[in-house]
Ligand binder design. Structure first.
Ligand code: IMP
Ligand code: MG
Length: 176
C-alpha cells in the first residue's frame, strides 16, 4: 500500500533543532552538581531521545517509562494515566528531564510530571520535539521546545499512525 505523505519538517531541520536543544540543555544544567537523568516516554520519544542525548555533553542516565492515558469519568478533564512500565532507576535528588515526542492536549504529560514530582527530584523539566498549542487543554511549562505545529496529524521521527511510520527521518502529514 502506498500512502501520500507531505513533508512538514525535514530531516535536516530536525537535526539542526536537536543540536540547538542540546546546546540549551547543556547550558541549563552546566552549573548543577546533581546527576542528570533523561526520561523518555515509550515508544514515541525513542528516536528523538537517541539523537538528543548525543547532543548533550554532560554525562547522564537514560530511563524510560510507558504510560497509557484513559478517560476516567465523563468530562474531558477527568483523564488519568496508568503506568504500564515504570522507571528502572531512582530519581530522588536528581535533575530530571522528561523527553517527549509531541504534546497535544497535555493531559498525559501533566499527569506524568505530577507522578514524578512526588518522587522528590532536585528539579524536573520538560523537553518536547513538537507541540500543538491549539490543542492544549492543560497548561504545561515546556522548558525546551522544538517545533510548534498546527492541528494536523503527523508521523515520523518517532511519531506513529497505528504503530507505523516511526522510522521516517522527517515529520510528515499523511494525506487521507
Ligand atoms: P496528550 O498531550 O495527552 O493529548 O497526548 C499526547 C500523545 O498523543 C503523544 O505522546 C502521541 O502519542 C499522541 N499524539 C498526539 N498528536 C499526535 C500526532 O499528530 N501524531 C502522532 N501521535 C500523536
Ligand atoms: Mg506518546
Amino acid at each position: 500500500m502506498t500512502i501520500a505523505m507531505r513533508i512538514m519538517i525535514s530531516s535536516e531541520e530536525i537535526q539542526a533543532k536537536v543540536k540547538q536543544l542540546g546546546e540549551k540543555i547543556n547550558a541549563h544544567y552546566a552549573q548543577s552538581d546533581k546527576e542528570l537523568v533523561l526520561i523518555g516516554l515509550l515508544r514515541g520519544s525513542v528516536i528523538f531521545m537517541a539523537d538528543l542525548c548525543r547532543a548533550i555533553e554532560k554525562p547522564h542516565e537514560l530511563d524510560f517509562m510507558t504510560v497509557s492515558s484513559y478517560v476516567n469519568g465523563t468530562t474531558i478533564s477527568s483523564r488519568d494515566v496508568k503506568i504500564l512500565k515504570d522507571l528502572d532507576g531512582e530519581i530522588r535528588g536528581k535533575d530530571v528531564l522528561v523527553v517527549e515526542d509531541i504534546i497535544d492536549s497535555g493531559h498525559t504529560l501533566s499527569k506524568v510530571m505530577e507522578i514524578l514530582q512526588t518522587r522528590n527530584p532536585n528539579s524536573i523539566e520538560l523537553c518536547t520535539l513538537v507541540s500543538k498549542p491549539s490543542r492544549r487543554e492543560i497548561d504545561l511549562e515546556v522548558k525546551f521546545l522544538g517545533f510548534e505545529v498546527e492541528d494536523r496529524f503527523i508521523v515520523g521521527y518517532g511519531l506513529d499512525f497505528d504503530q507505523k511510520y516511526r522510522h521516517l527521518p522527517f515529520i510528515g502529514e499523511i494525506g487521507l
